[in-house]
Ligand binder design. Structure first.
Ligand code: GAL
Length: 417
């Protein structure tokens, strides 16, 4: 009798274990939507490789829409989300790009349960958890931390041209004529969003941490004199850039530095990935970096994350993807190839390049502010409208009119009241 009971208990345990195993085994197709195409793809591929090893029955559809900073991808995503055709998961910046857009529209699933189950609540920086949370939940899984305010250069070329790395924009404007006289572009620039990216770094250098934060808290007007002054300075800096900027991708603008046509490029640290992984150059020797002029001690941060759209196809496979994105293993497979650092606090820094290690040290010690262009501080209404504000400035060069347009946009986007 006792034996029979033991047998039945064993059978029940066996069945429960088998059922749990079945539930965990994901299959079918997982569509991962992002703008990490071509040159930007190796880190994502490394993460997908780990996923495929863990989930051999899932077919990954790596769906990319080319275009730096995701301007094009976000437009495609918008059509799909509004048409009730969400991908299984999509790349989205932590912060207002996520919260002020898809969370506000009620299109995402709350992931608090996963943060609790996986024990992530104290494995991510508290500030980052805040950026992906509302009172009602936690809405995405961050996979990295990127820095947007970095100046890139080739040390050997600077020696040849006899210039030092500028610590301020005034120093940059001093060396600009020297470089131009030698036929060198002082600062290479690419298409519209890279202009916004540069303005962001210039604005932070002039407004400081408090001024920048006040803009996004709606406590400072775009028409204030010090904000107007950022556009005047920006205009002077544009005089030191290439004429064909509008037609270049961020990679092509970086190529101008690599090929010795330009002295500097101001770009996020995905450029470190381009120099190292794509061009095979060593950080600290073949290429080097410094904080954008005037931003030493300030880290303009952004974070790529993945979320779970409401009604996403293949929820089990998507949950397995999100669990990997939030794990140390996933982040340490992805970030050394991405130029970013892990968002996870337990990351193993010995796996990272010289650049990654220096970014991690700055992340730990600098004042951190959020990026505008990369979704941290403003919603998509503002981000998209700001591209038009930039065009207005490029066409007319009128700082006052530009600031008036930015202020109106800020009010329309519900940031300035
Ligand atoms: C950013 C994104 C980075 C990188 C960059 C260039 O918005 O967060 O991961 O892809 O655009 O495309």
């Amino acid at each position: 009798m006792r034996r029979q009971k033991l047998f039945i208990v064993g059978l029940v345990f066996g069945l429960v274990a088998a059922l749990a195993g079945c539930q965990q085994k994901a299959s079918g197709e997982l569509e991962i939507f992002s703008w990490w195409a071509g040159d930007e793809g190796p880190a994502l591929q490394a993460l997908i490789d780990v996923y495929t090893e863990q989930n051999p029955d899932v077919t990954v559809n790596n769906a990319t829409v080319t275009g730096g900073s995701g301007v094009e991808a976000r437009a495609v995503l918008k059509t799909r989300m509004q048409g009730g055709d969400p991908p299984s998961t999509f790349q989205v910046h932590a912060g207002q790009e996520l919260i002020g857009t898809w969370v506000e529209a009620g299109k995402m699933e709350d992931l608090t349960f996963m943060f609790e189950e996986q024990g992530w609540l104290d494995k991510y920086p508290a500030g980052l958890i805040d950026m992906i949370s509302t009172e009602d939940g936690i809405w995405s899984v961050p996979v990295n931390i990127h820095r947007s305010n970095v100046l890139w250069y080739i040390p050997e070329n600077l020696d040849t041209w006899g210039v030092d790395v500028p610590g301020t924009w005034a120093e940059f404007l001093d060396i600009c004529p020297d470089l131009q006289a030698q036929g060198i572009i002082p600062l290479s620039l690419g298409q519209n969003w890279t202009h916004n990216h540069l303005w962001e770094a210039v604005a932070v250098s002039e407004l400081g941490v408090d001024g920048w934060n006040a803009l996004w808290a709606g406590e400072k007007a775009f028409t204030d004199a010090d904000v107007v002054a950022t556009w005047d300075l920006f205009a002077d800096i544009l005089e030191c850039t290439n004429d064909d900027a509008a037609s270049l991708s961020w990679q092509q603008a970086t190529d101008l530095v690599i090929n010795g046509d330009a002295a500097f490029n101001e770009m996020g640290d995905w450029a470190a990935q381009y120099f190292t992984v794509i061009k095979g150059m060593d950080g600290g020797t073949d290429y080097n970096w410094a904080p954008s002029p005037g931003t030493d001690g300030i880290f303009i941060a952004l974070s790529d994350s993945f979320g779970l759209p409401d009604g996403a196809p293949n929820r089990p496979a998507t949950l397995a993807w999100l669990e990997l994105c939030g794990s140390v293993e996933g982040q340490d497979a992805f970030n050394p190839l991405k130029g970013s650092i892990a968002a996870h606090l337990d990351s193993d820094l010995s796996l990272y390049t010289a650049y990654g290690q220096s970014a991690a040290a700055d992340w730990a010690s600098d004042d951190v502010v959020g990026s505008l262009v990369h979704g941290a501080v403003a919603n998509e209404t503002f981000m998209n409208g700001f591209a038009t504000v930039m065009e207005l400035f490029l066409a007319g060069g009128d700082a006052d009119a530009t600031c008036a347009a930015a202020q109106e946009l800020c009010e329309d986007a519900g940031i300035c009241n």
